[in-house]
Ligand binder design. Sequence first.
Ligand SMILES: [Zn+2]
Length: 153
Amino acid sequence: VPRRYAIDIDAVAEAEALLGLRSPVRVFIRRYEWLDGRYIALRDGVHHVGVAHDLSARAASKTVWHELTHALQAERLGGERAFRQQWWAEMRAAGVSRPKALRGEGRAYRRTALEVEARANERLHRELALTTRLGRPRTAGTRLTAWPAWAPM
Ligand SMILES: [Zn+2]
């Protein structure tokens, strides 16, 4: 499946400033079986976040807003480790099983405080899109393939 979006690096930088993030964010496009995205880690002062390769441009933008919010939460809580502890503590308190938490499944998962805030910020996509839509790739049968063999490339 061809990718339908590209990350808009300038828009992500704008979003970082808007949220008041102290450390910059690097967005990685990844293959995920269950997730749309995830907060990966804070490495050498850079937040690494992942977004699934097979999303629409709109869904990917919303997901990046979601993960930027987790980056902000990590800074607010005093680091990645504290964020992970808090996140798992909320999952346990909500009675979310480990597999469900890892898959981001269920209503209880969605109601934990950190996830509620991250999901609320997804709507910032409407103010500022963090992805650009990629055009449809040309396929066999389009004008391009009908060009003569000597066409300059
Ligand atoms: Zn989340």
